[in-house]
Design a binder for this molecule. Structure first.
Ligand SMILES: Cc1cc2nc3c(=O)[nH]c(=O)nc-3n(C[C@H](O)[C@H](O)[C@H](O)COP(=O)(O)OP(=O)(O)OC[C@H]3O[C@@H](n4cnc5c(N)ncnc54)[C@H](O)[C@@H]3O)c2cc1C
Length: 503
């Protein structure tokens, strides 16, 4: 493995919301003089040496994905970081690599090294007439970074990104790396394990814990992913009244009487954006329907001024700045009018629709999971708090996701509504967030936090949110990592969350 020690002593996340003091940032890469498999195995050894170095230096170590998270999860105060983006080999999977008991379609499996961008994977799959089953709204994350926080789109009958992962190659210590998969869903053959020179571990609890692990289960070197045939999305963005019909859709996901662009057809993706300062004109409803792939469609055109098909508010809210309270409604209305343009029947593949890697300026983004049954009540609370603790310089956005198997997935309700609060970066936004979390707790409305976005987690909250699943996650981490490696993969935020427990 190639290693270049940059000597950087500070690191800033992509949204410029914090700067962390670090010991060093390493740029690493595969040895391209080797063939793909030898290069991959050589990098496994290189990553083990990196862990050994951190153990010896008594420093925390963190893998950096694309650096898109708002929380300090890809870094550690005074620690070592390494940039995984150049680790972007992809392997096709043949029958010989797959356990005969595997229940899926081998032709739709592939194995990706951790640093592949979601956009890179999209390109690779397209050439094979395949597609990821879902992604986030934008596609600049690395595959391991995406899964590590349980990132999601609004493919509510599929789920969040970790649902398409069926195997993980994890480097857990300087001397041990493993292939982890569910015992109930074996995937790797003996020859695949031999090729990676690794050790097979089949365990449902360990696997479901390691999926959403915020960088603290060792280094995820590669992931086995299930895909599906390339498909098209037919996307619409309409303004609609926030009336009882729409509220019913949002609280039930029952589309049998829906009055959406394709009538009552159940969409693949459904999302609602509310501008609290312009309810009279209606809210913004995005609906996308899955269609078989064909070549004769007009490629989607990016909206350079703001939200294109698939984008979430995070791509343009960075243009908002803090303002005097009386000016906030006008400011938000002006930005929204310029950025969100309704569209009809825009067609593209998943990676064409959810394609944005461009970030505009500083912004804060928080996202919480609530049960869809709470959507109405939570919206009332937001409008109420906007009067007493606002005005909130941003939008209220809603996406919908099926329950995940991952132990610490924040998509834990049977159907979770992810409420996103993207807003100008300011102390006022932060205090609005705090007021929302406090009010939800006061009203006993269960919710979870997106691990990569602004949150105020502590162990009490985590226990309330995840119950026994948090204990299983901690026990799994203790089982997989030895004591020295646990220290290396512990950073201050993990300690603040109380997830660093040694048992
Ligand atoms: C414009 C924008 C749009 C977004 N849209 C969405 C969205 O639609 N849905 C959503 O859910 N989220 C969204 N997010 C949040 C984002 O998807 C998550 O924060 C995601 O985890 C970031 O991925 P990353 O590659 O940047 O990882 P990073 O932020 O760099 O890292 C995230 C975590 O992954 C760990 N990690 C990375 N690589 C490895 C590895 N190889 N081994 C072990 N650990 C590793 C890091 O240590 C860290 O703990 C968005 C963010 C932005 C900036």
């Amino acid at each position: 493995m190639k290693t270049f020690k940059t000597g950087a002593t500070k690191w800033q996340n992509k949204h410029e919301t914090f700067v962390e003091n670090i010991n060093n940032l390493y740029e690493i890469g595969n040895e391209h003089s080797m063939d793909a498999l030898d290069g991959y195995n050589d990098t496994t050894k290189g990553l083990q040496l990196l862990i050994a170095e951190a153990v010896n230096a008594k420093l925390p170590l963190r893998a950096l994905g694309a650096g898109w998270s708002w929380m300090k999860i890809a870094t550690a105060d005074g620690g070592l970081m390494f940039d995984t983006k150049p680790l972007n080999t992809i392997f096709d999977i043949s029958n010989g690599s797959v356990d005969p008991k595997y229940k899926g379609d081998v032709t739709k499996l592939f194995f990706a090294q951790c640093g592949n961008g979601v956009w890179e994977i999209g390109k690779y799959l397209r050439d094979k007439n395949l597609s990821l089953k879902t992604s986030g709204a934008s596609n600049g994350q690395t595959i391991a970074g995406l899964i590590a926080t349980g990132a999601h789109g609004s493919a509510f009958d599929f789920g969040a990104s970790q649902e398409f992962v069926v195997g993980l190659h994890i480097i857990v210590s300087p001397t041990r790396h493993i292939w982890l998969e569910r015992k109930s869903a074996p995937v790797a053959s003996a020859s695949f394990i031999k090729n990676l020179q690794t050790e097979l571990v089949q365990d449902d609890d360990l696997f479901n814990s390691a999926l959403v692990s915020m960088g603290s289960f060792g280094i995820i070197h590669g992931v086995m992913i299930e895909t599906e045939d390339l498909f098209l999305l037919e996307a619409y963005l309409r303004r609609m009244p926030y009336d009882d019909n729409l509220k019913k859709l949002m609280t039930t996901l029952d589309f049998s009487n829906a009055n959406l662009p394709n009538g009552n057809e159940r969409p693949y993706h459904f999302a609602v954006n509310i501008n609290p300062y312009d309810m009279a004109g209606g809210v913004y409803v995005t609906t996308m329907y899955k269609r078989p792939y064909r070549t004769n469609y007009k490629r989607p055109v990016r909206n350079l001024n703001g939200v294109g098909p698939g984008d979430d508010a995070a791509v343009f809210v960075g243009k908002l700045t803090d303002a005097l309270p009386a000016l906030v409604p006008g400011l938000v209305n002006k930005l929204v009018a310029g950025a969100i343009t309704p569209y009809e029947k825009v067609t593209g593949t998943l990676s064409e629709i959810f394609d944005n890697t461009t970030l505009y300026g500083k912004l804060l983004s928080a996202a919480i999971g609530i049960s869809i049954t709470s959507v109405d009540k939570v919206t009332e609370i937001l409008f109420d708090l906007n009067k007493t603790n606002g005005p909130f310089v941003g939008l209220f956005a809603y996406r919908f996701i099926k329950k995940s198997n991952a132990k610490l997935a924040f998509t834990r309700f049977d159907f979770t509504c992810i409420l996103e609060l993207d807003a100008a970066s300011s102390e006022k936004t932060k205090s609005f967030y705090t007021a929302v979390w406090a009010r939800l707790e006061k009203e006993k409305i269960p919710f979870t936090f997106h691990w990569g976005k602004m949150n105020e987690l502590n162990f009490t909250r985590i226990q309330n949110m995840y119950g026994k699943d948090a204990d299983t996650w901690i026990a799994s981490r203790n089982k997989l990592l030895d004591k020295e490696s646990m220290k290396v993969f512990t950073n201050p935020i993990l300690q603040q969350w109380g997830l660093d427990k040694v048992i």
